[in-house]
Design a binder for this molecule. Structure first.
Ligand SMILES: *[C@@H]1O[C@H](CO)[C@@H](O)[C@H](O)[C@H]1NC(C)=O
Ligand SMILES: *[C@@H]1O[C@H](CO)[C@@H](O)[C@H](O)[C@H]1NC(C)=O
Ligand SMILES: *[C@@H]1O[C@H](CO)[C@@H](O)[C@H](O)[C@H]1NC(C)=O
Ligand SMILES: *[C@@H]1O[C@H](CO)[C@@H](O)[C@H](O)[C@H]1NC(C)=O
Ligand SMILES: *[C@@H]1O[C@H](CO)[C@@H](O)[C@H](O)[C@H]1NC(C)=O
Length: 551
C-alpha cells in the first residue's frame, strides 16, 4: 500500500496549502467592506457611551462609570464634541441606509445637548491646549462639516466656538511675553500656571493653538484671535535664539511663560514637543503663511542631523531619538507612539498634499523633499512594526529602539527582529491614532495598497483585543471598546478607559484610509484630526490677516 500513500499525502498537503492561502487572501480588507465595518465599530462604541455615560467627560466602558473634567463637576463635552465631525463624515459617506439614519439621529442628539445643556461658564480651571484642540477644534470642524455636508445646524457649533474662544483667549494677556500659562478658569478668565515643572508651560502646548484660533478669525472676521495666538512665536524664537547654534530649531519641551526662556534641556518629538513642529507646517498649509514653512524646513533639517537613528536589529528601522541633555548630549532611542504622526507630516510637507507622482514631477521637487518623502515611508514602516511584532498586534505606548543607548535591561520585552524593546511600564495601549494617521496620509499620497493592508491588520486587532462584550439580563449583547493595560501578554489585560481620540481620530483616520475621495490639498487636520478647509487668499487679504512678526 505504500505506493498509494505518497500521492494521497501530496494531495492532502496541496489542499491544505490551498485552503490556508485562500484563508489568508480572504482576510485582507478586500474581502470585507472596511468602511461599513468601521462605521459599525464607531456606532457600537458611541452608543455604549451614549447609553451609559452620556454627558460625562471621562468614561469607563467596563464599569460604565465616569466623571467630569472640571473640579466644579460641570461637563465640558469632552467625548461628545470630539465625536460629532466623525459622525457627520460617516453620515455623508456611508453606503448603508440604516447607518445613515443612525448617524442622523445621533448627530441630532449630540447637537441638542451642545445647544441646550452645555454651558461653558464653568468655574474650573481647564488645560488651555487640550480644550483648544479637542473642544474648540471639534466645534469649528463640526461647523465646517455641517456646512459642507448639509447636516445639522452649523450656527449651534459656531456660537459655542465663539463663546469658548472668548473664555480661552484671555490666556494670552496674562504674562509679560504673551505666552500663556497652561490652564485657565473658564468662568473667571484667570490664567493659572502649571502646578508642576516650576510653573513652566509645555512648549508644544502653547504652539498648538494657532490653527484653531486663526480659523475662527477667518470665519468670523474678528482678527483678535489671530493676533493674540501668533504672539507666542516672537519671544520663543528671539529670547532663545532658537535658530542659533545652541538649538538649531529644535525645542526643549518646557518654557518659562514669564520670560519666554526655555527651561531644562529635554528635546524630543514625543509628548510636549511633537505638535510644535506639526503646527509650523500646518499653519503654512492652512493659511499660506511662508514664514512657518521656512521654520518647519529649518527644524526638519536639524532633526535629520541630530535625532535620526536606525535600529540594530534585522530590519534597520528608522526612528527619531530624544536628547535629554541638549543637542550636544547623547541621543536616546526611546520612541513614543506619539511620534508616529511624523510619517504623515513629512509626507504632507514633501508633497503639499498632492499625489507623490505629481509632486515629484513638479517644478518645486528637490533632493530635500525626496529625502523627506523617503523618511516618511521609513518612519511609517517602523510604526507598523511596533504593531506587527507585538503578540496582540497592537502597539505599546513607548518602545526603545535597539541602539547602544540606552542598553536593554533583562526585563525588557524584545521584538522578534531584535529591532526594539518594550519596558515593563510601557506596555499599555490607549487606542492612539498616530500610526493609522500616517497610514491614511501615505496611502492617499502614494496610492500604495500596502498601507491599506497594514491599516486593516491594525483595525482587526483593535476589534479583537479592545472590544468588550457584556451579555445583558435579556440575553442581548452589549458591545463596548476600551483601552488595554498590556498588549504583550495574551489574552490582553483590559483597562477601564475610553479616550475621546478613539472616536475623534483613530476611527476617523481608519475610515478615511479606506475612502476613495480624500483631497489632502484642500483640508488640513488639526492635531486632534478635526478638518479645516484651506483658507481663501482673497478673503485673508480682505481681512488684512497676515503674519504679524518677523524673524
Ligand atoms: C455629501 O456631501 C456632498 C457635499 O460635500 C453633498 O453634495 C452630498 O449630497 C452629501 N451626501 C449625503 C448623502 O449627504
Ligand atoms: C440654528 O441654531 C441657531 C442657534 O441656536 C438658531 O438661532 C436657529 O434658529 C437654528 N436654525 C434652524 C434652522 O433651526
Ligand atoms: C473679537 O474677539 C475678542 C476676543 O474675544 C472680543 O473681545 C471682541 O469683543 C470681539 N470683537 C467683536 C467685534 O466681536
Ligand atoms: C474667495 O474669497 C473671495 C472674497 O471673499 C470671494 O469673492 C471668492 O468667491 C472666494 N473664492 C472661493 C473659491 O471661494
Ligand atoms: C485692511 O487694510 C486696509 C488698508 O490698510 C484698510 O483700508 C481696511 O479698512 C482694512 N480692513 C479691515 C477689515 O481691517
Amino acid at each position: 500500500m505504500r505506493w498509494i500513500a505518497k500521492p494521497i499525502v501530496s494531495v492532502v498537503v496541496a489542499v491544505l496549502a490551498y485552503q490556508i492561502t485562500l484563508r489568508y487572501l480572504k482576510d485582507t480588507y478586500k474581502s470585507h467592506d472596511p468602511q461599513f465595518a468601521i462605521e459599525r465599530t464607531f456606532l457600537e462604541s458611541w452608543i455604549d457611551y451614549r447609553s451609559n455615560g452620556w454627558g460625562l467627560d471621562v468614561y469607563g466602558p467596563i464599569s460604565k462609570k465616569g466623571r467630569n473634567m472640571g473640579k466644579s463637576g460641570d461637563p465640558l463635552g469632552w467625548i461628545i464634541i470630539d465625536s460629532v465631525d466623525t459622525m457627520m463624515l460617516m453620515h455623508n459617506k456611508t453606503k448603508d441606509d440604516t447607518h445613515r439614519k443612525r448617524f442622523a439621529e445621533e448627530i441630532n442628539i449630540a447637537e441638542s445637548w451642545i445647544k441646550n445643556t452645555l454651558d461653558y461658564n464653568v468655574d474650573s480651571e481647564v488645560n488651555l491646549f487640550e480644550t483648544t484642540i479637542r473642544m474648540l477644534g471639534g466645534l469649528l470642524s463640526s461647523y465646517y462639516c455641517s456646512e459642507t455636508y448639509h447636516i445639522g445646524n452649523s450656527t449651534v457649533y459656531l456660537e459655542k466656538a465663539i463663546d469658548l474662544a472668548d473664555r480661552l483667549v484671555p490666556s494670552f494677556l496674562q504674562s509679560e511675553t504673551g505666552i500663556p500659562y497652561s490652564s485657565i478658569n473658564l468662568a473667571s478668565g484667570k490664567a493659572i500656571k502649571n502646578h508642576a515643572d516650576n510653573g513652566a508651560s509645555s512648549t508644544a502646548e502653547f504652539t498648538t493653538l494657532q490653527m484653531e484660533l486663526k480659523y475662527l478669525s477667518y470665519i468670523t472676521g474678528n482678527t483678535t484671535y489671530w493676533k493674540l495666538c501668533e504672539k507666542v512665536y516672537d519671544p520663543l524664537y528671539r529670547n532663545n535664539n532658537l535658530v542659533g547654534r545652541h538649538y538649531q530649531g529644535l525645542i526643549p519641551i518646557f518654557t518659562n511663560p514669564d520670560t519666554g526662556v526655555f527651561q531644562g534641556s529635554i528635546i524630543r518629538f514625543g509628548s510636549r514637543g511633537d505638535s510644535f513642529y506639526e503646527y509650523l507646517l500646518k499653519q503654512n498649509l492652512l493659511t499660506g503663511e511662508v514664514l512657518y514653512r521656512k521654520l518647519y524646513d529649518f527644524s526638519m533639517d536639524s532633526m535629520k542631523r541630530h535625532l535620526l537613528g536606525e535600529s540594530k536589529g534585522q530590519l534597520h528601522l528608522k526612528y527619531i531619538g530624544e536628547k535629554d541633555y541638549g543637542l550636544a548630549g547623547p541621543t536616546s532611542s526611546k520612541f513614543d507612539h506619539l511620534v508616529c504622526f511624523m510619517g504623515g507630516l513629512l509626507a504632507m510637507g514633501a508633497t503639499n498634499g498632492k499625489p507623490y507622482s505629481e509632486a515629484a514631477n513638479g517644478p518645486d521637487w528637490n533632493p530635500t523633499k525626496q529625502n523627506d518623502w523617503e523618511l516618511a515611508e521609513d518612519l511609517t514602516k517602523s510604526c507598523y512594526e511596533m504593531y506587527h511584532q507585538i503578540p496582540s498586534g497592537l502597539s505599546p505606548e513607548i518602545v526603545v529602539f535597539n541602539s547602544n543607548y540606552p542598553n536593554a535591561e533583562p526585563n525588557w520585552w524584545r521584538s522578534e527582529s531584535e529591532d526594539y524593546f518594550v519596558k515593563p511600564f510601557d506596555k499599555h495601549n490607549i487606542q492612539r491614532p498616530e500610526t493609522v494617521e500616517s497610514l491614511m496620509f501615505l496611502y492617499h499620497l502614494s496610492g500604495n495598497e500596502q498601507y491599506r493592508h497594514w491599516g486593516w491588520e491594525i483595525f482587526s486587532n483593535f476589534i479583537k483585543h479592545t472590544k468588550v462584550i457584556k451579555v445583558a439580563a435579556d440575553g442581548e449583547e452589549k458591545v463596548a471598546y476600551t483601552s488595554l493595560h498590556n498588549v504583550i501578554s495574551l489574552p490582553t489585560d483590559k483597562a477601564d478607559n475610553l479616550e475621546s481620540f478613539w472616536l475623534a481620530e483613530t476611527l476617523k483616520y481608519l475610515y478615511l484610509l479606506f475612502d476613495d475621495d480624500v483631497e489632502l490639498s484642500k483640508i488640513v487636520f488639526n492635531t486632534e484630526a478635526h478638518p479645516f478647509p484651506v483658507f481663501n487668499q482673497s478673503r485673508l487679504n480682505e481681512l488684512n490677516l497676515t503674519t504679524g512678526w518677523k524673524l
